[in-house]
Design a protein around this ligand. Structure first.
Ligand SMILES: Nc1ncnc2c1ncn2[C@@H]1O[C@H](COP(=O)(O)OP(=O)(O)O)[C@@H](O)[C@H]1O
Ligand SMILES: [Mg+2]
Length: 240
């Protein structure tokens, strides 16, 4: 279980401006959570706090009761919006870098694992390729496979469809859903309502740094709009 409590992030230059304002939520093991909201809502900042890439200003984040910064390095997997593969490394070496650094297993076992993941993602033929020779969808699958090398109990996606052809939304949805595991939480930041609807059990709606809604997918997408904040209702009605 992932728990976020009283998470507040202020701007460095202007501490009165809150990028995230007193955010609190839980994600149970085995769940997929989508974080929806307009551009500038604070979605990426929240994800960066969870990935320890942003020093939170105040509040706590725990995984199974332990502060998130005490988790072994690499245990928080993140798939960035622009994938952030190392351009000078092959696909295989991108995957081996972190687990080798952290001595996760023998070199042979790690290679075997990397090849198994590449096969699973239909990338077996590309182990020796460099990222610039891959399509966007392939790069994303490499980024996911790379994150999985560390068996992360927390897996984060930032706008997984934004750099891809809209026709790939269903494919990305299926890939993310297949990553669900009983001992893993998955958070997907997106402004793409279709993706949230396909993958998530639960939806957070963030606006202007404030968590406006924390509801099940069924409540969020119920046509009545009952149980939603006025801001979320406007967001949804502007899409149709
Ligand atoms: N490093 C930063 N310095 C100053 N302001 C920032 C920084 N990062 C994000 N912001 C501001 O915080 C707000 C939330 O940004 P972000 O988390 O990227 O939103 P989203 O991902 O929902 O579009 C925006 O107003 C943005 O301008
Ligand atoms: Mg963002």
């Amino acid at each position: 279980m992932l728990n976020v409590n009283a998470l507040t992030v202020t701007m460095q230059r202007d501490s009165a401006k809150r990028i995230l304002d007193d955010i609190a939520f839980d994600v149970k093991d085995g769940q997929i959570l989508a974080i929806l909201g307009p551009s500038g809502a604070g979605k990426t900042t929240l994800l960066r706090c969870l990935a320890l890439l942003h020093t939170q200003t105040s509040g706590t984040i725990t995984v199974n009761g332990a502060p998130i910064d005490t988790l072994a390095a690499g245990k928080i997997g993140i798939v960035f919006q622009s994938f952030n593969l190392f351009p000078h490394l092959t696909v295989l070496d991108n995957m081996l870098l972190a687990p080798t650094c952290h001595k996760k297993d023998t070199a042979e076992a790690l290679k075997e694992k990397a090849h198994a993941l590449l096969t699973q993602f239909g990338l077996a033929a590309h182990a020796g390729a460099h990222p610039h020779n891959l399509s966007g969808g392939q790069k994303q699958r490499v980024a996911i496979a790379r994150a999985l090398m560390m068996d992360p109990p927390v897996l984060l996606f930032d706008e997984p469809t934004s750099a891809l052809d809209p026709e790939l939304i269903n494919e990305v949805s299926e890939i993310i859903k297949a990553l669900r595991q009983p001992n893993r939480v998955i958070l997907v930041v997106t402004h793409e309502v279709r993706l949230a609807r396909h993958v998530a059990d639960h939806i957070l709606f963030l606006d202007n740094g404030v968590l406006r809604d924390n509801v099940s997918r069924d409540v969020f997408f119920d046509e009545s709009g009952n149980g939603l904040s006025p801001r979320a209702r406007t967001f949804l009605s502007n899409l149709s």
